[in-house]
Ligand binder design. Structure first.
Ligand code: NAD
Length: 481
């Protein structure tokens, strides 16, 4: 199969690809070898304004917010079917754009999320009569309005964490993908066209942060759902405060894999490694801190170091690759900078620690294990966004492990390991993080996902993910109605 590497034209606005208002273009670069894999127009504030206008019109005047939820669910299923037919192309585009290993790219299109929300539509109570203190009310789940969905570059499924629930709720949307990874959303636009999505319900303008800010600042937008860095999330939230704009934030993480002193290392270390190196380490849920009891520290460091050192690193299109390149020179330099910082702070490089030998083109960093890290070092506190694992010893039993796991500005993900699952569950309950797995590293779109602390606000997935796009309306009813 060969795929289109040529440029894409226009932006998907009001149901069709519209001419861009500017004349500049942006090249999309494959991070494995720095070759161009496509290009798109460079978006301007006018393009974004046109997309917002279309979404606003579709919400205020179009059929979508008033369509029966069952019909909206049918549309989600049709989109899922359309994307599924083009899965290989979508996976290829994902790998081409951001270097995600191809096996992961096939699993990361988020098609199951569309199906999940299509399925739960019938279980949602969209409107119910409820007895209050003084009388009867009709309590309604109505759409929040026009939603701006701002997506980072690290995984296509991050759009599907937002789009299906927003559409099921009855919102109209403006999707803003990163300019580094826009090409897959042109396939989505074709699928939306094929399935007959009403014009203006979904509009897509891949744009940089500056034009993205125009989406945030536009008073016609009721809600922003953002995934990306905590720094950008903070700025977006501040911008929305002015007009009390609704906001959901999925931000960074520095999640801990907590090994209790009886942890089954033969299961814990491979899963921790997979969780830390997932998507080349460019995952908000990455298990980038490993907390090990002092009594087993040397064993953990040695075993994990050997495992990470033998991970298949290479061409992300190769089916056997587990770790590919980082997105761009900025992300590579950032990761290498953190490794140097760790060394300066007193950490020891057990494996990796530099660029991948023999890879002159592209943005390559070896998967790295740092030992002798203490939890107050910057490499233990800041999100590196690469396959760089800090192994941190703790003394003093489970209480000390809990305190260390919680000693973070973040609280997104995590794992707790013990031969006694009840004991691990007890520890898991005390960890201030949005998702934590007992004896595993699991993510389930049927259950809510999101961050504590500076990892974000709000939840995606599950019924809670739908709530993010719902505004409750209460209609007080007169007697007899
Ligand atoms: P970023 O947060 O700057 O950008 C993410 C997305 O938000 C992009 O689409 C970007 O164009 C957009 N954006 C940024 N600022 C915006 C603004 N003010 N208004 C509207 N849109 C805006 O992330 P980045 O620069 O691509 O990466 C930097 C760091 O962010 C990474 O190293 C990593 O630590 C973190 N990151 C986290 C996640 C995550 O899933 N939690 C994803 C991507 C990046």
């Amino acid at each position: 199969m060969t795929f289109d590497r040529r440029g894409r034209h226009g932006f998907f606005i009001d149901g069709a690809l519209r001419e861009p208002t500017g004349s500049e273009r942006v090249e999309v670069i494959h991070p494995g070898n720095e070759e161009a894999v496509g290009s798109i127009p460079k978006a301007t504030p006018d393009d974004m304004a046109a997309a917002v206008a279309a979404a606003r019109r579709a919400f205020d005047e179009g059929p979508w917010p008033h369509t029966a939820p069952a019909e909206r669910a049918e549309m989600l299923s049709a989109i899922a079917d359309g994307l599924e037919k083009r899965l290989e192309e979508l996976a290829w585009l994902s790998t081409a754009q951001n270097g995600m290993p191809i096996t992961l790219a096939r699993q990361s299109q988020g098609i199951e999320i569309l199906r999940y929300y299509a399925d739960i539509a019938r279980d949602v109570v969209w409107e119910e009569r409820r007895q209050g203190l003084a009388g009867t009310g009709l309590v309604r789940r109505t759409p929040v309005g026009v939603a701006g969905l701002i997506i980072p570059w690290n995984a296509p499924s991050l759009l599907m964490n937002k789009l299906p629930s927003a559409l099921l709720a009855g919102c109209t949307v403006v999707v803003k993908p990163s300019p580094e990874t826009p090409l897959d959303t042109y396939v989505l636009a074709e699928v939306l066209d094929d399935v007959g999505m009403p014009p203006g319900v979904v509009n897509i303008v891949a744009a940089d942060a500056e034009v993205g800010q125009c989406l945030v600042d536009d008073p016609r937008v009721d809600k922003i759902s953002f995934t990306g860095s905590t720094a950008a999330g903070r700025k977006i939230m501040a911008g929305l405060a002015e007009r009390i704009g609704r906001v959901s934030l999925e931000l960074g993480g520095k999640s801990a894999s907590v090994l209790l002193d009886d942890a089954p290392l033969e299961a814990a270390l491979p899963a921790t490694m997979a969780g830390a190196c997932l998507n080349n380490g460019q995952a908000c849920i990455a298990l980038s801190r490993v907390l090990a009891p002092r009594s087993r520290y040397d064993e953990v460091v040695e075993t994990l170091g050997a495992m990470v050192g033998s991970l298949p690193v290479g061409d992300p299109f190769d089916e056997s690759t587990f770790v590919g390149p980082l997105l761009n020179a900025r992300q590579r330099d950032r990761a290498l900078g953190y490794i140097e910082l760790g060394k300066a702070e007193g950490a020891r490089v057990v494996t990796g620690g530099g660029p991948v030998p023999g890879r002159d083109r592209g943005f390559w960093v070896q998967p790295t294990v740092l030992a002798d890290v203490s939890n107050d070092m910057r490499v233990a506190q800041e999100e590196i966004f690469a396959a760089v694992i800090s192994v941190i010893p703790y003394d003093g039993g489970d209480d000390a492990a809990v305190a260390m796991a919680n000693d973070s500005q973040y609280g997104l993900s995590g794992a707790v390991w013990s031969a006694d699952p009840e004991r691990a569950l007890d520890v898991a309950r005390r960890i201030r993080t949005g998702t934590v797995t007992v004896n595993g590293f699991t993510y389930d779109v049927g259950l809510p996902f999101g961050g504590f602390k500076q990892s974000g606000i709000g939840r995606e997935w599950g019924l809670e993910g739908l709530e993010a796009y719902i505004e409750y309306q209460t209609i007080n009813l007169p007697d007899g109605l």
